[in-house]
Design a protein around this ligand. Sequence first.
Ligand code: T46
Length: 133
Amino acid sequence: MNYEEVSIPTICHESGMLSVIESGIDLPFEFRRVYFLHSLAEGAIRGGHAHRALHQLLFVPSGSLDLSLNDGNTSITLTMKDPTKGIWLKPPIWRDIDKCSKDATLIVLASDHYDESDYIRNFDDFKQYCESK
Ligand code: T46
């Protein structure tokens, strides 16, 4: 499966925690874009696509959500709720996001700028793409 769990270096202090990710040091890819999902509606479903070339690190600093992954053959659902653990998605991998708690925030560090042509938004196209690789 084209994903890996990444531990986010965290400095613990009695007044709270500080987690840090340095591009190219704590992550095996340089990131050029940061975006985040927040204020998610109850029952929100996001994702429903794969990327051709984009690498991403997903982490959930607050709340929880389910991240379902599919590599064209097998699937797995990960519940993300630990702010110190990220999921590195390596292309191609299909992702669906649901079961978001009210306070869920998802931050994504992406290896490149936004490019709609990098998306595969149809699951049958994704399966064909995986088979052709
Ligand atoms: C992913 C999951 C986890 C932009 O204009 N710029 C951006 O950088 C992004 C990420 C999106 N958009 C536009 C494209 C759509 O018109 O924002 C709209 C919503 O995007 P999308 O439907 O792709 O949103 P999600 O939450 O389903 O997916 C996003 C990322 O697009 C995707 O790469 O892996 O979060």
